[in-house]
Design a protein around this ligand. Structure first.
Ligand SMILES: [Zn+2]
Length: 373
């Protein structure tokens, strides 16, 4: 088989709070750079991580239409805490600026990490959330009593990418993304990883959804399809599925790490094997669809998923035609590809229906636990 295309791989992280993780994740890329490799990440930042705990009242998240009144976001509330001390804010700004200078992409994971779908947000609520996101990035120094020495080197208006907290998109999101100048959204769950991404219907926004891939435990009572998305929290959720999760609260954040080191090693190998299998399904496909991986800064299950991801990258980055890219780079490649195609490739309605059903079966919103930071 003669391949004319590059195998593009996107590696992204959500929330982006923990300073130690910023350093470790950046360092892994720097180490590879010293060996002649390029590993740019996309960081989906939660803007509450740019607000010190003591300043939390400056954020008043959108109400929406709460399913229980107690679930209504209140002023100074988020689902993932805030940014810690003022000194931590300063350190986080430094890390973001270093990451930008090193070629990584900064994107948006909204602000308060709320359940937009459960709160039935519309474009008005999304707009409020996006407005806060821009404000908190723009004024991170001023909000904490600093001068111009503490500021982000990125203009929030230039940010192109979004991932919804819990992957809960809710109505009106695409309209808001368009109004705010975004180019892509990574919040969808897609059933077919063998095709190239397309734009959401009737919008210019690219759908870079995460695909459902095989989980090593296969079909189980809690996972009737045997599949999940390539995301550490979701992998953790199914690896420790014997634990009791309150019904309807897949994101309860109560998952406990595996205590048996042998089992943890198996779980790490399970993710590595799963990612290699996913990679091969793309790499040996003549069309070479891009590959997506989304992790968090929190080292779930004693860090085995971060270890598995590092091993996967280390053994893949040397392969011919493999190129790790940011999501904005992927978007540019998709635009070029679109121009070269004779006709657009619409998503079939039957595929959409199947997507919704499978996402519902597998707890499609099972992404990023509240404790992720
Ligand atoms: Zn998240």
């Amino acid at each position: 088989m003669h391949y004319t295309k590059k195998q593009l791989i996107c590696v992204a992280f959500d929330n982006c709070g923990l300073i130690d993780s910023w350093k470790a994740i950046r360092q892994f890329s720097l180490d590879l750079k010293s060996k002649g490799h390029v590993l740019p990440y996309t960081f989906f930042i939660s803007a509450v991580k740019l607000i010190a705990d003591r300043n939390r009242s400056i954020y008043d998240g959108p109400d929406g239409r709460p399913y229980r009144w107690s679930d209504r976001p209140k002023p100074g509330q988020s689902n993932i805490g805030f940014g810690g001390s003022v000194d931590e804010i300063k350190q986080r700004v430094e890390q973001i600026n270093l990451a930008t200078a090193e070629g990584h992409e900064i994107a948006s994971h909204a602000v308060g990490h709320f359940f937009a779908e459960k709160l039935r947000w519309n474009s008005s609520e999304w707009s409020t959330e996006f407005w806060y996101f821009e404000e908190f990035l723009k004024h991170v120094g001023r909000n904490h009593g600093f001068g111009s020495e503490v500021s982000l080197d990125i203009d929030p208006k230039q940010i192109k990418g979004f991932r919804a907290p819990y992957l809960q998109e809710a109505s009106g999101l695409n309209k808001t993304l368009t109004n705010y100048g975004f180019g892509y959204d990574t919040s969808d769950i897609i059933t077919d990883s063998s095709i190239w991404p397309t734009r959401f219907s009737n919008t210019s926004i690219w759908n870079f959804g995460l695909p459902l891939i095989d989980h090593p435990l296969g079909i189980t009572p809690t996972n009737p399809t045997g599949k999940t998305i390539p995301m550490d929290w979701n992998w953790f959720y199914f690896d420790v599925e014997n634990q009791t999760i309150p019904k309807g609260q897949p994101n309860s954040g109560q998952l406990k790490p595996e205590t048996d080191p042998m089992k943890r090693e198996q779980q790490k190998q399970g993710m590595l094997d799963g990612y290699v299998s996913y990679f091969e399904s793309c790499y040996y496909n003549p069309d070479r669809p891009p590959m997506h991986i989304g992790h968090h800064f929190k080292m779930y299950n004693h860090g085995i998923y971060w270890q598995a991801l590092q091993e996967f990258i280390a053994q893949t980055i040397d392969k011919p035609d493999v190129e790790f890219v940011t999501y904005t780079e992927l978007m540019q490649r998709c635009v070029s590809r679109e121009k070269a195609l004779p006709t657009p490739e619409p998503i079939a309605e039957s595929a959409k229906k199947e997507l919704i059903e499978i996402a519902a079966d597998t707890g499609g919103a099972v992404a990023c636990g509240p404790e992720c930071c």
